[in-house]
Design a protein around this ligand. Structure first.
Ligand SMILES: Cc1cc2nc3c(=O)[nH]c(=O)nc-3n(C[C@H](O)[C@H](O)[C@H](O)COP(=O)(O)OP(=O)(O)OC[C@H]3O[C@@H](n4cnc5c(N)ncnc54)[C@H](O)[C@@H]3O)c2cc1C
Length: 297
């Protein structure tokens, strides 16, 4: 199906994009990689009268290290992150980027667009929530910065005002002795996951000092599995402790039955993914290089 007719505008700076959206009103939308928005236009689930394209604005696609953090311009494509040596300093970022959909979508889709879309099945919000992540935004009143946990407020809903955009995403590099993993279970590459899990652990003398576990696609937003995290802290990470954490994560999941599987099936997936992600995160925390990848049915 063709989208309804719309006016196409090309912004030459982020400030100009914000001004355009503000003047064009609520019938206007930003366009980034178009990998979520264009399908919605074609299905006529979204019918904006104006699209303001961010793709031609200079210096919005970059990966840079600054004061113990990695910064991503909002227009940085998933594929650029997948292939970035800098992003590999935080393995969760590479795991996430490399498993999003297929090559075509990774070449177009952006990290900023993914966070702004706040799709409950999207990968970036779930991976980044286990890290110290700040979203830098630009609106007509200037810039503001929000921790990611305050940025995504509900399914497909963020703290952004209509004429405010994501400018940059900043991720703190985890401390020495920290390791993470992100795994999604998918029916095939070009579909969203049935369930996904991000784990970030800080381990000292074989004892878990800090743990973050996030569950994706099994709730309206990414779910932090607080009891599972607490069950790991202060413990030596043996099989029994990992089993206890995985079962606590099952209880935290709140999935719906749909074409990707029944709610029970997804809870079972969560248990298996948490176990696997903890094992990879532990090895990475010890300094091992471990290839992690999404799992395909
Ligand atoms: C077949 C298919 C499979 C997919 N599978 C996956 C998957 O497995 N995992 C996954 O995570 N994603 C998946 N995606 C989505 C893909 O990752 C998108 O790239 C991403 O969700 C949106 O990024 P975008 O740059 O394409 O944004 P767009 O589609 O251009 O925009 C999405 C929304 O965000 C707004 N927006 C965009 N940029 C900004 C900004 N800087 N500031 C404020 N608002 C902004 C737009 O107005 C729009 O409302 C899939 C997409 C398709 C088509």
């Amino acid at each position: 199906m063709y989208p309804r007719p719309f006016f196409y505008h090309r912004a030459s700076s982020l400030q100009e994009a914000v001004t355009m959206l503000s003047q064009l009103g609520t019938d206007a939308k930003f366009l980034a990689g178009g990998q979520s928005l264009i399908p919605l236009l074609k299905l006529r689930f979204a019918n904006p009268k104006h699209l303001v394209d961010l793709s031609f604005i200079k210096n919005t696609s970059f990966i840079a290290e600054n004061q113990n953090a990695i910064r991503f311009g909002a227009m940085t494509r998933h594929a650029e992150i997948e292939h970035s040596a800098l992003a590999q300093k935080i393995p969760v970022l590479h795991d996430c980027a490399a498993g999003i959909a297929d090559v075509q979508i990774r070449n177009r889709g952006t990290i900023g667009g993914s966070l702004a879309e706040a799709d409950p099945s999207g990968d970036w919000a779930n991976a980044l929530i286990t890290l110290d992540t700040t979203v830098h935004c630009l609106g007509k009143n200037g810039e503001r910065s929000l921790p990611l946990k305050d940025f995504v407020t509900d399914a497909y809903t963020t703290a952004l005002a209509h004429d405010e955009l994501v400018k940059e995403i900043e991720v703190k590099i985890p401390p020495h002795g920290s390791g993470g993993a992100y795994i999604a279970f998918k029916r095939s590459a070009p579909v969203y996951p049935s369930a996904s899990v991000a784990v970030q652990l800080t381990v000292q003398d074989s004892v878990c000092k800090e743990a973050a576990i996030a569950l994706g696609c099994v709730g309206l937003t990414s779910i932090r599995a607080g009891e599972a995290e607490a069950s790991l802290r202060g413990k030596s990470l043996n099989e029994k402790v990992i089993e206890t954490a995985s079962e606590a994560a099952r209880a935290a999941a709140d999935p719906q039955s749909d074409m990707r599987g029944s709610a029970d099936y997804k809870r079972q997936l969560v248990v298996a993914l948490v176990k696997r992600a903890i094992q990879i995160a532990m090895r990475r925390a010890r300094g091992e290089r471990v290839e992690g990848s999404h799992l395909y049915a």
